[in-house]
Design a protein around this ligand. Structure first.
Ligand SMILES: [Zn+2]
Length: 325
């Protein structure tokens, strides 16, 4: 529990919550009660009904989705959750010296252009500089779906956090598990790693580097997500839809019977073909014209059989499909 330093209300906090948003007055504050001003949000543009419609529209276009899904799907639950993210602008400037791999080629074979009798590999010193501005996005809660964590946030559309706006949809506003200081530290580290990747695209070994990493504007932004659940037939499916953009972040959906049956059919054909090829390769079936490719037959036959089995398994299992946008 915590007491709001601004409206005096008591409210619930979880372990690890260090930057709190009062659910009564909406003020973002540290655990010591200092107001945090750089608090933004992305506005809701899709209410629950619109998010559901967008979701069904998307799902019905997916491969193998039953055609009666938009009519038969019944929504069971809809909850709006506001996830906190820290966004930092980081200016990074890195000088580096390193070694790249290079090679000398000697004595080209006269009959085979591009083939050499001798190749000497050696390390070549290289140096350079990368000046980049990174926008680092750090999710501020630990308990979050991986797809929600990674979904694109339209930060250009940010505006100051409005408690009234979050309340319009009964949204739950989550506290942050990171303080501004911790978020800045982390942003610096992530920017450093991004610079390292840039350098390693140019050289294989880094000998020396000099980094100037400046963490600039850093703010907390709350992003509203619709967490939906619907029933189709006897099963329930979950989905998450971005409330600002209507983007389907993640959705599980049923596959129609005919789609699954098709999968089983193709799988069976592949399995039989694969078994046939392996049989030929092992010499149980003597085909005299094809003596040279036994190894190839065994490998491709084996692969075909495995693929076939996988298709049959996927078709036979009624497990729902999950697809990313
Ligand atoms: Zn308050």
């Amino acid at each position: 529990m915590a007491r709001c330093a601004f409206c005096d209300a008591d409210f619930k906090t979880g372990p690890g919550d260090v930057l709190l948003v009062c659910p009564y007055c909406g003020t973002a504050q540290t655990t010591e009660g200092a107001k945090f001003k750089d608090h933004y949000m992305i506005r809701v543009h899709f209410d629950q009904y619109e998010a559901q419609t967008t979701l069904l529209d998307w799902v019905s276009k997916q491969l193998g989705a039953p055609s009666d899904l938009p009519v038969k799907a019944k929504f069971l639950q809809g909850k709006q959750v506001w996830y906190p993210f820290w966004i930092s602008r980081v200016d990074a400037d890195t000088d580096y010296r390193g070694l790249g791999k290079d090679a000398h080629f000697h004595d080209e074979w006269p009959q085979r252009r591009g083939a050499y009798k001798r190749i000497d590999f050696f390390w070549k010193p290289e140096s350079g500089r990368f000046t980049r501005r990174h926008e680092i996005n750090i999710c501020a809660v630990k308990e979050i779906d991986e797809d929600v964590r990674a979904h694109p946030i339209p930060t250009r559309a940010k505006e100051y956090f409005s408690h009234a706006h979050a309340e319009d949809y009964g949204g739950e506003v989550l506290h942050s598990n990171l303080t501004e200081e911790q978020a800045r530290e982390l942003a610096k580290k992530i920017a450093y790693d991004k610079q390292t990747h840039l350098i390693l695209d140019e050289v294989d070994k880094i000998e020396d580097r000099n980094d100037n990493i400046d963490v600039g504007e850093t703010y907390l932004v709350h992003v509203p997500i619709w967490e939906l659940e619907y029933r189709y037939g006897n099963d329930k499916y979950r989905a998450t839809v971005s409330a600002p953009t209507g983007y389907v972040i993640e959705s599980k959906y049923p596959r129609s019977m005919s789609f699954r049956a098709g999968g089983i059919g193709v799988g069976l054909i592949m399995l039989l073909l694969g078994i046939g090829l392996v049989t030929i390769a092992m010499g149980y079936l003597a085909i005299p014209m094809l003596p040279l490719y036994q190894g190839g037959y065994a490998v491709s036959g084996g692969l075909l059989a495995i693929l076939g089995l996988a298709l049959i398994y996927k078709g036979a299992s009624s497990k729902e499909a999950k697809e990313q946008v």
